[in-house]
Design a protein around this ligand. Sequence first.
Ligand code: SF4
Length: 86
Amino acid sequence: MSLKITDDCIACGACEPVCPNQAISLEAHVYVIDPARCNECFDLYSEPQCYVVCPTTCIVPDPEHRETLEELLWKKNGLHPEGWDR
Ligand code: SF4
């Protein structure tokens, strides 16, 4: 399941640089998550990195983009075909 950023976003920008998938961008004064790139940081980090650094509670699961762990892994492998190295 992709995460999403709600209207409570204060546009601090903390989340954008920590996303390993370049899934976060600024649009019309708030940050948004591209569900095609977000894989919940599965198999990359132990927790979603945007959620960890967000100073508010505006990053939540997106029920419109539910995925199995297999799908999250497939997405990660597609985004990091050379492997993942922090
Ligand atoms: Fe990026 Fe991970 Fe946040 Fe998804 S959960 S937007 S992959 S930092």
